[in-house]
Design a protein around this ligand. Structure first.
Ligand SMILES: C[S@@+](CC[C@H](N)C(=O)[O-])C[C@H]1O[C@@H](n2cnc3c(N)ncnc32)[C@H](O)[C@@H]1O
Length: 279
């Protein structure tokens, strides 16, 4: 997990691994390739086919700025990346909703996105609580996009994604921590209660717990994917993202109901040409 330090603007910034660059590149790519359709939802034409606006939702927003560990390179955090990419592509989001459980980080993010020209609301709250509030505010017919980027599995609850799934047109790009699952699966499955129960409720009875750690991991993620299907996400893409020393970092997951989902996913996942679902 990153540490935090104070940036030149007096606000906190995180200290992250260089793989954050790739994560942001994929986010930038999504924002860029969806610009034309987003514009239609922001300025509906006379057919009134595209109504309801277009919002960006970042429920693990962080401070909006980071320094790459062991370097002096300072980069934007995910909400600022999204705001700038949307502005550059001339397909801005009508509104941006940012949450972080840490109030200071949330406030920093809001300020930085506002400085980048975004129309932004912040929520110093857990992703689950913020998801409920944000979804209640949005027009469910709009075209919305959620970026979910927790450090580990904890917090990435099924209830959060279920809330977001109430929006008819929502694409979700999320990070599922493979490192957390690798490190803690034994402990999590031995405990009476663990983050895995919130992420994929019912997994203990659906999955055979008496199998090798590797098979159990595969079975767990496969069960989670079935739960996403239950929420109506007909398109699901999963990609393993590895670090510079080839260590498994996270699964990048794309959830969508859009008829263009496969196309979008192909473009997002192909930025670095990494292999698919390597559990
Ligand atoms: C990986 S960092 C986010 C980085 C950011 N997305 C970026 O790319 O710049 C995860 C953030 O989630 C926050 N967080 C942790 N648990 C949370 C929860 N349950 N709900 C909301 N935020 C949470 C942390 O404070 C941290 O800022």
């Amino acid at each position: 997990m990153p540490g935090y330090e104070i940036d030149e603007d007096g606000l906190p910034r995180s200290v992250v691994g260089e793989w954050a660059l790739e994560k942001h590149e994929r986010l930038r790519k999504y924002v860029d390739i969806t610009r034309a359709i987003r514009r239609k939802f922001i300025v509906p034409d006379s057919s009134r086919k595209y109504v309801g606006g277009a919002a960006y939702i970042d429920l693990f927003a962080g401070p909006g700025r980071a320094r790459i560990r062991e370097s002096t390179r300072v980069i934007d955090g995910s909400p600022v990346v999204a705001a700038r990419a949307a502005a550059t592509s001339k397909g801005p989001f009508g509104e941006m909703h940012l949450a972080d459980a840490d109030q200071q980080l949330c406030e920093a993010s809001v300020k930085r996105v506002r400085n980048a020209g975004g129309v932004v609301t912040g929520y110093a709250a857990s992703a689950e609580v913020a998801a409920k509030t944000v979804v209640a505010k949005l027009n469910s017919d709009g075209l919305h996009f959620a970026f979910l980027d927790p450090y580990n599995l904890e917090g990435l609850t099924f209830a959060t994604i279920k809330q977001l799934s109430m929006l008819h047109r929502v694409d979700i790009l999320l990070h599922l921590s493979v490192a957390d699952l690798q490190r803690n699966l034994d402990r999590y499955s031995a405990a009476l209660h663990s983050p895995l129960d919130e992420v994929a409720p019912g997994w203990r009875t659906a999955v055979n717990l008496k199998q090798s750690a590797n098979s159990l991991r595969v079975a767990y993620v496969s069960y989670w994917q079935d739960k996403m299907k239950e929420l109506g996400f007909t398109h699901r893409g999963v990609e393993l993202v590895t670090g510079s020393r080839n260590q498994r970092l996270y699964w990048l997951v794309f959830l969508s109901r859009s008829e263009f989902a496969n196309d979008l996913w192909d473009k997002i996942r192909h930025i670095s040409g990494q292999g698919q679902l390597g559990l």
